[in-house]
Design a protein around this ligand. Structure first.
Ligand SMILES: Nc1nc2c(ncn2[C@@H]2O[C@H](COP(=O)(O)OP(=O)(O)OP(=O)(O)O)[C@@H](O)[C@H]2O)c(=O)[nH]1
Ligand SMILES: [Mg+2]
Ligand SMILES: [Zn+2]
Length: 384
């Protein structure tokens, strides 16, 4: 089970401590907002015939992309490549109800007037990586990053130890947020023969299910070229336990020490929560060229703060099985329609686990997440 309060406190501390990281990052980052949907922006055929409102008459208005959070302000990338700092305010309109108002990766409409840059509207999110907020009675959807294409789940073969539970939680979150998923298993340079066997086991397991898996070492560069090929032309977020080497991999991909990295805590042999904020960075094509992506799209990469546990937002017990794609071909033959694969007689998924056709690690994750989803569902119904 996650330790939400503890995690939440950490999250808050990380946001507060965000300054240090950003001072180090002088790179021009994530300049262009995402291409707007038709009619959702301030330019294009629709906007030309739009009646100007009074606010527009005194200020200008354009679309920008949130690239990082600074205290209670947001650093935005404008279309012309400039970076500006903006604030949200009471009148900020959200296209994403019951969720973080402004998140990194959001596309926003801004004005510039007497009060500086103001975020007037946060546009609906195409995709998101979100988690359950903690510390309040009614948890809300805390968006870590919006509008990215790919979630790269980072784990490590050496300390901190690889645990498949958190990988499966992220896979569920990715499905929920409409993200593609890849897995990077880091620190292969430190792996003992047993740890290497374990890494290969998990590589084959997740590859067998259909996810791209990369065995990498941020330190000696093994596997980094392949990972760079995977992320070329996409916007990707790197997430996982603290200390697994997310920032180190980001630096290896960028070819520069941009993201701050930190040693593990000696006593617990786990990460020290070095990265304090999610930041979007543009991967340069020079001097460290990436292979040409289709359509020559720019590549963005986001480092994110490490977590101790990952709490999924609003797990749905009925939908859970769709995040376990290897169950699908067996569940068609379960004796009971809508079988939950937990207790029903004639369950072909459980039979497949017994026959070693489905991994026991994945099935245990499913059981845990299913139980949690059920508990949450009961709570939600009670609070209605
Ligand atoms: N030997 C070895 N050490 C690594 C590798 N990747 C990262 N490390 C070390 O592991 C420690 C943690 O690395 P970070 O990159 O700071 O980890 P992180 O996942 O960003 O951690 P948080 O920001 O706390 O979430 C540092 O001491 C790194 O030098 C690797 O591939 N091999
Ligand atoms: Mg880090
Ligand atoms: Zn079943």
């Amino acid at each position: 089970m996650p330790e939400p309060e503890e995690d939440e406190q950490l999250f808050r501390e990380q946001i507060r401590g965000a300054h240090a990281d950003r001072a180090r990052s002088r790179r021009k980052i994530a300049r262009k907002p995402e291409r707007r949907e038709r009619g959702s922006g301030s330019r294009g055929p629709e906007s030309e015939v739009r009646e100007p409102n009074t606010r527009e008459a005194v200020t200008f208005q354009e679309t920008a992309r949130v690239i990082r959070v600074e205290g209670n302000s947001f650093v935005l990338g404008l279309e012309n490549g400039e970076e500006v700092t903006a604030k949200s305010y009471k009148g900020t309109h959200s296209g994403n109800p019951k969720s973080t108002l402004v998140a990194v990766g959001d596309n926003v409409r801004i004005t510039n007037g007497d009060r500086g840059y103001l975020i007037e509207e946060v546009l609906p999110r195409r995709t998101k990586l979100s988690r359950r907020s903690a510390g309040s009675k009614t948890p809300f959807e805390q968006v870590i990053i919006a509008n990215v294409d790919l979630l790269v789940i980072v784990a490590s073969v050496h300390e901190p130890k690889l645990r498949s539970g958190i990988i499966d939680r992220y896979i569920v979150a990715a499905l929920d947020g409409n993200l593609d998923t890849a897995l990077a298993i880091n620190k292969v340079d430190l792996a003992s023969p047993d740890e290497l066997d374990e890494a290969l086991y998990f590589r084959d397991l997740y590859r067998g299910i259909g996810y791209p898996v990369y065995l990498v070492s941020a330190t000696d560069g093994a596997g980094i070229t392949q990972l760079r090929d995977e992320i070329a032309g996409k916007t990707s977020v790197f997430a996982g336990h603290s200390g697994v080497g997310k920032s180190s991999i980001v630096n290896a991909i960028l070819g520069e020490e941009i993201a701050q990295t930190g040693a593990l805590q000696k006593k617990f042999r786990r990460g020290a929560h070095t990265t304090s904020a999610t930041t979007l960075l543009e991967v340069p094509t020079h001097p460290n060229p990436l292979p040409k992506a289709e359509g020559n799209l720019p590549t963005y990469i986001a480092d994110s703060p490490g977590v101790r546990e990952f709490a999924n937002f609003e797990l749905d017990p009925g939908n859970m099985k769709f995040a376990f794609v290897e169950f699908l071909k067996f569940q068609e033959h379960c004796a009971i329609p809508n079988c939950s694969h937990i207790h029903e007689p004639g369950c072909q998924v459980r039979l497949a686990v017994e026959e070693d056709k489905i991994s026991i690690d994945r099935y245990s994750s499913y059981q845990k997440l299913f139980d949690e989803a059920k508990r949450e569902e009961t709570k939600r119904i009670r609070n209605q």
